[in-house]
Design a protein around this ligand. Sequence first.
Ligand SMILES: [Zn+2]
Length: 152
Amino acid sequence: MIRTWPEDWESRKQGAGCPFCTDLTSRSFHSGRISEALLERYAIATGHAAVVFRRRHVSTFTALAPDELADYWLDIQDVGRAIERVFKPCHVNYQLLGNIVPHLHVHVVPRYLDDSAPERPLPWNPSLVSEEDFVSRARELRDAMTSGTRGR
Ligand SMILES: [Zn+2]
């Protein structure tokens, strides 16, 4: 076998140098039950967000206890609803990847009627969101989160 994954992959999965363990606040637009919702600065779609499990470092959802799993998906659902309200996508993809940062997070990717890959996942070609757009989108999402996503 010729190894293709990085030599430090196993230690990164254990949390070594994990960026989500050191900074979850700079891009956050919402603190959920058990997660932090981040707006992506390098986005593959308008409104691309990530919901990061914040209780501790885990690399996979299979490590969660049942109550943690329920709270986590409820948090993801809240973020999905806010994204639906703010950006009016035609569909939303929920992508649990962790191939670069192996700390449990789910990408919430709005899909639009004019995007480049109808009926397929979007290619992972992120582009830097301008500071102006980043700030206004984060504000809209923050407002949408506080205007009542829970209890629907
Ligand atoms: Zn971590």
